[in-house]
Design a protein around this ligand. Structure first.
Ligand code: ZN
Length: 190
């Protein structure tokens, strides 16, 4: 089922996600719906907050992007990124590694808004997968960027918080319009 993607202006995007204790049938359904929603929107990552649920859960799939490579290391060895996708991260912990790299970013909760964001070039990640198993890996490139973006969502942090001042100033009007539109839509639904 395709879920509605929550847009900027909805307070759930600022909520820190609750820790997930168990992978049960409800959670599996939510994960399946999040993948369907993300793929339909042509996104590479989607956090639970973006479908209105403040949970430590994010789904990712970088296979659709071919011009921005990703790297993956598992057990100290280079691993196939495509084979590792789609990726479910539950209660993830992240250690950013390496020098910061600036790159273009968008967000499904901010339609048509893009900016250059500086993030660590690599990241070490520990999480639980959708089978309830512990996973850990190291990644770089687009996957490292996407995971850091999604991790932020799980903590109520948005990419606009990481934009340089000049970019945020330039987007100020578009952002307040989006915020007002979201609030008006939420009010109309009540
Ligand atoms: Zn986002």
């Amino acid at each position: 089922m395709i879920l509605e993607i929550v847009k900027y202006g909805n307070a759930v995007l600022r909520q820190k996600g609750a820790r997930i204790e168990k992978v049960n049938a409800d959670l599996k359904k939510l994960i399946a719906d999040m993948f369907e929603t993300m793929h339909a929107a042509k996104g590479v990552g989607l956090a639970a907050q973006q479908v209105g649920r403040a949970l430590q859960l994010t789904v990712l799939d970088v296979r659709g992007i071919t011009d921005r490579p990703s790297t993956l290391e598992r057990d100290g060895k280079e691993a196939d990124v495509a084979e590792f996708m789609p990726l479910v991260l539950i209660n993830p912990e992240i250690k950013p590694l390496g020098d910061p790299v600036s790159g273009p970013e968008g967000c499904l909760s901010f339609p048509e808004i893009y900016a250059e964001i500086s993030r660590a070039g690599m990241a070490e990640v520990r999480a639980m997968n959708d089978k309830g198993e512990k996973i850990d890996f190291r990644c770089g490139g687009l996957l490292a960027r996407a995971i850091q973006h999604e991790m932020d969502h799980l903590n109520g942090i948005l990419f606009i918080d990481r934009m340089i001042r000049a970019d945020k100033d330039e987007l100020k009007e578009a952002l307040s319009e989006l915020q007002a539109k979201t609030k008006a839509e939420m009010k109309a639904k009540k």
